[in-house]
Each structure stands twice: as C-alpha cells, then as structure tokens.
Ligand binder design. Sequence first.
Ligand SMILES: CC(C)(COP(=O)(O)OP(=O)(O)OC[C@H]1O[C@@H](n2cnc3c(N)ncnc32)[C@H](O)[C@@H]1OP(=O)(O)O)[C@@H](O)C(=O)NCCC(=O)NCCSC(=O)C[C@H](O)C(=O)O
Ligand SMILES: [Mg+2]
Length: 296
Amino acid sequence: MASDLRLRRSVLYMPGSNQRALDKAKTLHADALILDLEDAVAPDAKDIAREQVCAAVKAGGYGDRELIIRVNAPQTPWGEADLHAAIEAKPDAILMPKVSSPAVLESIANRLEALDAPESVKIWAMIETPASILNIREIAASRRLLPGARLTCLVLGTNDLAKDTWAQIVPGRVPMLPWIMLALAAARAEGLTILDGVFNDIADVDGCRTECRQSRDLGFDGKTIIHPDQIEPANTSFAPTDEEVARARKVIDVFDEPENAKRGAIKIDGRMYERQHIGMARRAVAWREAIDAKGY
Ligand SMILES: CC(C)(COP(=O)(O)OP(=O)(O)OC[C@H]1O[C@@H](n2cnc3c(N)ncnc32)[C@H](O)[C@@H]1OP(=O)(O)O)[C@@H](O)C(=O)NCCC(=O)NCCSC(=O)C[C@H](O)C(=O)O
Ligand SMILES: [Mg+2]
C-alpha cells in the first residue's frame, strides 16, 4: 500500500559543519537527508559538526524528510564520540561508512541495544571498499542476524570505490557495473533498500539526470546526491511516468477481470504479461500514489 511506502528518490548529503546547509535542507524537496560527520567534514571541524548535527536532529523541523547521521568509522579518533552522540539524538538511521564486513554492524547493533535505543533508529551501511564488494552477501545477510532488525539500507560510495580500486568514474559507469549490480542483487535478496552513489559534477545537471535514469533502470530505490540542483533530476527520474502508471493500472484491471481469473499469461496492447507482472504494476501505482500524497 502507498501509505507503507517510504520514498527515497533523493537522499541529500550535507556537511554537518555547514549550519546554513542544515537549515536550508528544511525547505528542500529531498526525501531524506544525510547529515555528514565523515568525509565532508575537515578534522578540525569534527566537534562542531557533531554538536550542530545532533542539535538539528533533536530540534527537528524537517517535516517528513528522513534524517540520517553519517558517523566516522569506529577506528577513527571521532568514531566513538560520534556514535554515542548519534544514538542520543535518535535519528531515523545511523549511516556507518566503509563497512567491509558484518562485524562492525554487529558491534553497532549491540551498542544500540545496550543503550536501549528506540527500534525506530535503524542502521544504514556504506558499501564503498573493495572488501565490502567481496563480502556483500554476508553484509546484506547480517540483516537477519543483528539484534533489533536494524539494518535496512545499503548506500553505495562510488567515490571511495574509485579511490581504492583505481576504477575511473566515466559516463555510463561501465568499470563499476559488476560491483553495482552485485550489491543490488544482495540488497534485493535480503529485502534491503539500496541507494546509488553520488554524481560529482554539480554543474552538469543533464549528466546528473542521465545517471539518475540509469540508476532507476538498474533497480535502485534512489540516488544519493550532493547539491540542491540534483534533487529535481533524482525525484523525476525515480517517479514512474504517466505512461507507466497507465499501463500498470491496465495490467491490474485486466488480470482482475473474471474471465482472466485462471489465466497465467495475457496479451495486452501487443505485449505479454504474466501474473508476476501484477506485483510490479502495483509497485508502480503505489509509488505514484506516494508521490502524489507528498505533493512533490
Ligand atoms: C559542493 C558544495 C561545497 C558546494 O556548496 P556551495 O559552494 O555553497 O554551492 P552553491 O553556492 O551552488 O549552493 C547554493 C545554495 O545551496 C546550498 N547548498 C549547497 N549544497 C547543499 C547541500 N548539500 N545541502 C543543503 N544545502 C546546500 C548552499 O548553502 C547555498 O544556499 P544559499 O546560500 O541559501 O543560497 C556543497 O554542495 C556541499 O557541501 N555538498 C555536499 C558535500 C558532501 O556532503 N559530501 C560528502 C558526501 S559524498 C561522498 O563522499 C559519498 C561516498 O562516501 C563516496 O565515497 O562516494
Ligand atoms: Mg565515501
């Protein structure tokens, strides 16, 4: 049903040290916000970023935008303080960077349980190291093993993947497609949400739109983005078109007709549809209803 569907078409990062961005985000049409304490924040701004981000989450005012805090990794000088403060702020999720194996997720899930964090605080995991790709099956499967069923989303970090593998970031992303699709299959096998990596060329809005469309074609739930100008391309690309919705409604209606009750396959407007297509059709309609209900 549309009411259960959480839109994550556009998920906007912002440096936690940038108070202006934290404020501006309250008015932007992004579905979710990642308030970053990690790579977007310089070492000497880590403490102020932590304070600002946790204060912003506690104060609220972001409407129905999901709020995610990206902490520094546990082995860094800031990891422990970030995690403690983030748990206390109770965001919708804590995003763990550079997750290379399930072990780090287990330790965070245990911490959340030990500190009695509400069930609503989920864990999101960045998939951005070569080891995370090799261990993706175990990382995704840890959803079933962690206490509190907290792992709900994987987020690709294509900049870090490029850095560590030496793969080039090129239009069409051919060098990365095997890793992208492996992560996508692992996420879907476990019923996790999965978000695509960022498009760095802020000035190239058309290029961003092309990559968002590719991202939707590949099967992602949404795109992580880095600038307000990338929100509209992401929201538009992940919305089913009018034509898709009309076709989806027709598929549902035709299979609902009594004379088709026992048919497995049907030809509609020259194309073959099987019963499995009803689920996809319902998803398209539910997405449209969720977008209409949201108003953007
Ligand atoms: C890249 C930026 C530093 C550019 O900022 P700026 O120079 O201020 O751009 P503009 O002048 O064009 O900004 C126009 C207005 O929009 C606001 N703004 C800009 N960016 C954001 C944002 N991300 N969120 C909210 N608001 C934003 C500006 O404040 C201006 O507002 P106003 O003054 O009222 O007009 C900046 O865009 C930026 O910091 N972006 C995010 C960078 C970031 O978070 N990077 C980390 C994540 S990417 C990553 O590493 C993923 C992964 O880990 C991987 O490995 O791939
Ligand atoms: Mg990264």
